[in-house]
Design a protein around this ligand. Structure first.
Ligand code: 13P
Length: 339
């Protein structure tokens, strides 16, 4: 394991003003998103939308890495350059989603276990050869009546740690993503408690598997009440509870935390990150983003509208959200900049 290489790549992904673009929607998810905006899903429409997004001028000042799905890793920009090579040419690290999806957990109705460990070493080795320098694995934790179970937490934590150790052995910085879902009627305190539990279990498993924490990144949810909870908390409380939970449950030698957006509005995702970065004291890691929907939703909708100017307008939407989140990295975003 080349710890220097891992630490350098991890710190480049969360360099000041930078975060990660999650553009690794699986073919199934991306096809659903294209269909939802009226575009016929195919390998070519998925390529064409993403090639346009990744041709946006200047986004590299806000994005240190882009997470890709296997299909995209093997596709090309409109000029024929391979997508990973086009990223590298801009100084952006290609990343790769290496899990094979969240599947039903046996005997645990409503709960999931993320699969993809079989053959992972060989796949990581191939992705490294193709230029990837980091990877992602997403575990899904649902809150509900009597769930998550201890079985769900421990199996997902174990899988995340095995994934992270294999990635590091192959030269890839693992983004460790234990996502506690926003779906449900639970309150923010319950989100806090479950997030604390899965973080503790995950880092204990990482310790056991020998994961080099300074060469890894964490991709957590923020602490937010469930979508159906009547008692929603303020943006300030989301920021305070999220920083508090991380401070107490994340090793302080981790270089960076890159949040998922998880279905928050674009503005909430940016405002929450901004507030967290304004809480000056107490967090040793970079606090950044690895947003999918909160960076892309409007860009996708605009691209799908078609017409002569939609490609450029879509790029403008993406460039704007990237800029807003880049400012939030240092607490310098404000609502009037959205106009
Ligand atoms: P969202 O920001 O849309 O939640 O996506 C991030 C991601 O990559 C989830 O794995």
């Amino acid at each position: 394991m080349d710890t220097g290489l891992l630490e350098r790549a991890a710190s480049e992904l969360v360099a000041p003003g930078k975060g990660v673009l999650a553009a690794d929607e699986s073919n199934g998810t991306m096809s659903k998103r294209l269909a939802a905006v009226g575009v016929e899903p195919s390998a070519e429409t998925r390529r064409s939308y993403r090639a346009n997004l990744l041709a946006t001028v200047g986004y590299e000042s806000a994005v240190g890495g882009v997470i890709l799905f296997d299909e995209t890793m093997r596709q090309s920009m409109d000029d024929g350059t391979s997508i990973p090579d086009a990223l590298i040419a801009r100084g952006v690290h290609p990343g790769i989603k290496v899990d094979t999806g969240a599947k039903d957990l046996a005997h645990r109705p409503g709960e999931k276990i993320t699969e993809g460990l079989d053959g992972l070493r060989e796949r990581c080795s191939e992705y490294f050869q193709m230029g990837a320098r980091f990877a992602k694995w997403r575990a899904v934790i649902k809150i509900g009546d009597g769930i998550p179970s201890a079985a769900c937490l421990s199996t997902n934590a174990h899988a995340l740690a095995r994934y992270a150790s294999i990635c590091q052995e192959q030269g890839l910085v693992p983004i460790i993503e234990p996502e506690v879902l926003m779906e449900g009627s639970h309150d923010a305190q319950r989100c806090y408690d479950v997030t604390a539990e899965i973080l503790d279990a995950t880092f204990a498993a990482c310790d056991e598997q020998g994961v080099h924490i300074p060469g890894a990144l964490l991709k957590p949810n923020m602490i937010i009440a469930g979508n159906d909870c009547a008692n929603q908390i303020s943006r300030e409380e989301v920021a305070r509870m999220s920083v508090d939970c991380l401070t107490n449950h994340v090793p302080h030698d981790l270089p960076g935390v890159v949040f998922l957006s998880g279905g928050q509005s674009d503005e909430d995702a940016t405002a929450h990150l901004n507030l967290m970065n304004q809480i000056g004291a107490g967090h040793p890691w970079q606090l950044s983003y690895s947003y999918g929907r909160a960076l892309q939703a409007h860009a996708l909708k605009t691209w799908a509208e078609g017409g002569a100017d939609s490609s450029a307008a879509s790029q403008d939407m993406f460039a704007h959200r990237a800029k807003m989140n880049s400012l939030a990295r240092s607490g310098d975003w404000s609502l009037d900049l959205e106009a």
